[in-house]
Design a protein around this ligand. Structure first.
Ligand SMILES: *Cc1c(COP(=O)(O)O)cnc(C)c1O
Length: 389
């Protein structure tokens, strides 16, 4: 359902297979195994001679509907759903890498991804070099003969730095590597990395795809060989499979994704603009602002600027905590991608385990706050922040 229909139509309808009951909304199939008509059919399924379900660690109809719908939205051949966003990143690495391989990654990636690379992949002989999100020269220098993957997340969290997907895809391909893009912050509603040349797209469905903070999930998207064979091969063996119920929540989330991402983006742009005019605010980080260093690049590769912004208040940690503690509406939680707005103080939460020097290198000041802007009335959000500012 890729060429024929527009994005919003595919978000609502792609991947649905109606059963003989004629249900209008997609069905949930809570079953761990499937029944065969005969010994011969069982043998043919196991041998791979006949397509069809065997066991839900491998395939499940509800999970397949979610996968087909997300593949259609990213305009990809294949999508493999996983139990979380981190399971998607782990499955990609396990499916594509072996001992002796090397990853070049942006430094500005999700904290657990850094830990996965440094603490859990390194002992198996996969080494990672970390480079600047925005300086292509650093990437070029870091690539070695054994480099297999380049890994980015754009916009980054919390500084919203933009990586140039097309330039990094071209660089990756000129060196025989694959480019993997964590597209969690934009979703295919705002950014389609495969169209810009990326090879693999990662999703934490937990965030905007669910969109209402209900359940965990993830996905890997790309071509048939890389995702449909290699990543799926690891997943069906090792088992970080998405549950049918979570797949159902996420496939229903896809139906409103494009509307929600537009609304998150509109609210975030207005809040960012308002914050920039506040005398107690030192600086605002949001790709939709003309003051953002990669505003032009963001306009080229994204169709909206997303729901996450960061800002630095004057007065360091004390002033930042006062803004957090004076909110009554905005939730104090590190999650993002929810209809409910959330606020965090990165220096003492998500980035609290870094040394002060590492935090300074990463550009995370003591006065910095991150807001994942939800879908509440924008005037209520401004009023909630105005108290502490
Ligand atoms: C949350 C997040 C992940 C991990 O997803 P989980 O579903 O929590 O495992 C990966 N990348 C980014 C950018 C995230 O925000």
């Amino acid at each position: 359902m890729t060429d024929e229909y527009g994005f919003d139509t595919r978000a609502v309808r792609a991947g649905q297979v109606r059963t003989h009951e004629g249900e209008h909304s997609e069905a949930i199939f809570p079953t761990s195994s499937y029944v065969f008509e005969s010994a011969a059919q069982a043998a043919a399924r196991f041998a791979g001679d006949e397509p069809g379900n065997i066991y839900s660690r491998f395939t499940n109809p509800t999970v397949r509907t979610f996968q087909d719908r997300l593949a259609s939205l990213e305009e990809a051949e294949s999508c493999v759903a996983t139990s979380s966003g981190m399971a998607a990143i782990l499955s990609t690495c396990m499916g594509l890498l072996k001992a002796g391989d090397h990853i070049v990654s942006s430094r500005a990636i999700f904290g657990s991804t850094t830990v996965l690379f440094n603490k859990y992949l390194a002992p198996f002989g996969v080494e990672t070099s970390f480079v600047s999100q925005t300086d292509i020269g650093e990437w070029e220098q870091a690539i070695k003969p054994n480099t297999k993957l380049l890994f980015i997340e754009t916009p980054s969290n919390p500084l919203t730095e933009i990586a140039d997907i097309k330039a990094l895809a071209d660089l990756a391909h000129s060196k025989g590597c694959l480019l993997v893009v964590d597209n969690c912050f934009c979703t295919p509603a705002l950014q389609q990395p495969l169209k810009l040349g990326a090879d693999v797209v990662i999703h934490s469905g937990t965030k905007y795809i669910d969109g209402q903070g209900r359940c965990m999930g993830g996905a890997v998207v790309g071509n048939k060989d890389i995702v449909g064979e290699q990543v799926f091969g690891f997943l069906r063996t090792a088992g970080p499979t998405l549950s049918p119920f979570n797949a159902w929540v996420h496939l229903k989330g896809l139906e409103t994704l494009s509307l929600r991402m537009k609304a998150h983006s509109a609210n975030a742009l207005e809040l960012a603009t308002w914050l920039e005019s506040q005398s107690s605010v030192e600086r605002v980080f949001y790709p939709g602002l003309a003051s953002h260093p990669q505003h032009e690049l963001a306009k080229q590769q994204q169709t909206g600027f997303g729901g996450v912004l960061a800002f630095e208040v004057k007065g360091g940690k004390k002033a930042a905590w006062s803004v957090v503690d004076n909110t009554q509406l905005i939730s104090i939680t590190a999650n993002l991608g929810d209809t409910k707005s959330t606020i965090t103080h990165p220096a003492t939460t998500t980035h609290g385990r870094l040394t002060p020097e590492q935090r300074a290198d990463a550009g995370i000041g003591d006065g910095m706050l991150r807001i994942a802007v939800g879908l509440e009335d924008i005037e209520d959000l401004k009023a909630d922040l105005a108290k502490g500012l």
